[in-house]
Design a protein around this ligand. Structure first.
Ligand code: G3H
Length: 496
């Protein structure tokens, strides 16, 4: 049960506390933010509504804690991260239960998210020790006109305070994918979880607390975006922002100061299926890619671009699999669960109705109860339909029939997004040509888009993001290069 057992101290009455300076406390606002359960559409949890004054205090505390953390030996930082990872995995059940209630993630996927997060933290500790444990040594006479009179030593040093803002769909995993690289690199953390998903995040933070990290190093504030959102992202005490989410990221990047940004925003991930593709493999991946967690993944397949000659066969294979998807509450581990909010369900419905008016072929009847939308494949979608371009973030997948590979690539590249894409073909040469032509951060050959494994580079082009993620790239992004140059006497002086 949420807030029970070892987690009892993170709660006060029926409201979860926030975390600062190694302590769980109540906000002076006396106000709480309700967290809706997407399935019941009733308030499930409440969290503190922190104030701007409290944010200021948190920033000061994080700044001070970072100074001594940066001097803590790398192996000790890694040791604490390993400890936190073990505690996190040990308590995967209650944290997963929060995910089920707050974001309607299917029960098994919720456990997987927590376990994956523990593994990510451990891997990060190991990778950090490796890549931060080495620097560079340069000599000056490799550049024209120079004698060997200078030795240059480079190493990586922390940025300072990292502001981590994860999204609702992976609140735990995408929080630790920011926290762990930041910590191993010697930074401190101010974490602002999404409202839905905040309680799972607070439980995860408590696992780090129990691991024994120094006071003030990790801090977690909750509250309304309208009150503390801009205040956090524009705060002069922040030295790096790592954000995952939607359009808000574009606004943040315009307002943030001259600091490194790591942004993972939306995607309209295209799946191009060529005539020679293994259609069973393609159908399996399109359904898994399009409908896992009800399509609420930035890497979900969001448009299938299928060669006309194979479209009838492929659409039938996809439909056969869609028919087998279970629909219901996350507690039953259903494949399709309620989407995050009523406004999200309304948005998806708007895209579906637009496609209906403009003549798309409905492979299933459109059905919705509350936030629960049944999986829907839309065939014969054309570029004048909104769903050809917009991201439903729901269990609705458009199929556009194409007459040439170029047509598919052009559709993919005309999008404002450029996160991931995939291509299905048995011809590796064609696959490589398509991959080179697709303007996306990653192209998967013969598999659906996906972020993991978590040490792989993960990045979006265009409106899909800034900076590359994945464990190694995140550690590097959360450091800066420091050089020390040793100036030697001129050779003529030493030679006498
Ligand atoms: O929603 C965005 C996530 O980064 C997607 O992660 O590919 O592991 O589902 P995933």
């Amino acid at each position: 049960m949420a807030g029970r057992g070892i987690f009892a101290e993170i709660m006060d009455g029926d409201v979860f506390k926030y975390y600062v300076h190694g302590q769980w406390i109540k906000s002076s606002s006396g106000k709480a933010c309700p967290i809706m359960n997407p399935t019941t559409r009733k308030t499930q949890f409440k969290v503190q509504a922190c104030t701007q004054k409290e944010v200021n205090k948190v920033m000061d505390i994080a700044k001070t804690a970072q100074k001594s953390w940066a001097k803590t030996p790398l192996w000790k930082r890694a040791e604490l991260l390993h400890k936190a990872a073990a505690i996190l995995k040990q308590h995967s059940a209650p944290i997963a239960e929060c995910l089920v209630k707050e974001i309607a993630k299917p029960a098994k996927d919720s456990v997987t998210e927590v376990i994956r997060s523990g593994d990510l933290v451990s891997y990060c500790a190991e990778e950090g020790v490796r890549i931060l444990g080495e620097g560079k040594f340069l000599v000056s006479d490799s550049f024209p006109g120079n004698e060997r009179t200078k030795y240059c030593l480079t190493s990586k040093i922390p940025l300072g305070v990292v502001l981590a803002i994860p999204p609702f769909n992976y609140p735990v995993n995408l929080a630790v994918s920011k926290i762990a690289p930041a910590l191993i690199a010697g930074n401190s953390i101010v974490l602002k979880p999404p409202t839905q998903g905040a309680v799972a995040v607070l439980h995860m933070v408590h696992c780090f607390h129990l691991a024994g990290f120094p006071e003030g190093l990790i801090n977690c504030v909750t509250g309304k975006g309208s009150e503390i959102g801009d205040f956090l992202t524009m705060h002069p005490g922040v030295n790096c922002i790592s954000f995952t989410g939607g359009d808000t990221g574009i606004a943040i990047s315009k307002k943030a100061g001259m600091i490194p940004l790591q942004m993972e925003l939306g995607g309209k991930d295209a799946c191009i299926v060529l005539e020679d593709a293994d259609l069973d493999l393609a159908a399996a991946n399109i359904v898994k890619g399009g409908f896992s967690y009800s399509g609420q993944r930035c890497t979900a397949v969001k448009v299938a671009l299928v060669m006309e000659s194979i479209a009838n066969t492929l659409v039938k294979k996809i439909n056969d699999r869609v028919a087998k998807l279970t629909v219901g509450p996350p507690e039953n581990d259903s494949d399709i669960t309620p989407v995050i909010s009523e406004s999200s369900a309304n948005y998806i419905e708007g895209l579906v109705m637009d496609a209906k008016e403009k003549g798309a072929t409905f492979c299933q009847e459109y059905r919705r109860e509350g936030n629960l939308i049944w999986p829907l494949l839309l065939d014969n979608v054309r570029p004048d339909m909104r769903i050809a371009w917009e991201e439903p973030f729901g269990p609705v997948l458009p199929v556009i029939r194409i007459n040439s590979v170029e047509e598919g690539i052009n559709h993919c590249n005309a999008s404002n997004f450029g996160l991931q894409g995939c291509v299905f073909t048995r011809d590796i040469n064609k696959a490589m040509l398509v991959s080179d032509a697709m303007e996306t951060g990653t192209v998967q050959i013969n598999s659906a888009p996906a972020r993991g494994p978590d040490h792989f580079p993960f990045q979006g082009l265009k409106d899909s993001g800034i900076g590359s993620q994945g464990i190694t790239n995140s550690i590097n992004l959360m450091t800066k290069v420091k050089t020390t140059v040793i100036n030697l006497p001129m050779p003529s002086y030493t030679m006498g």
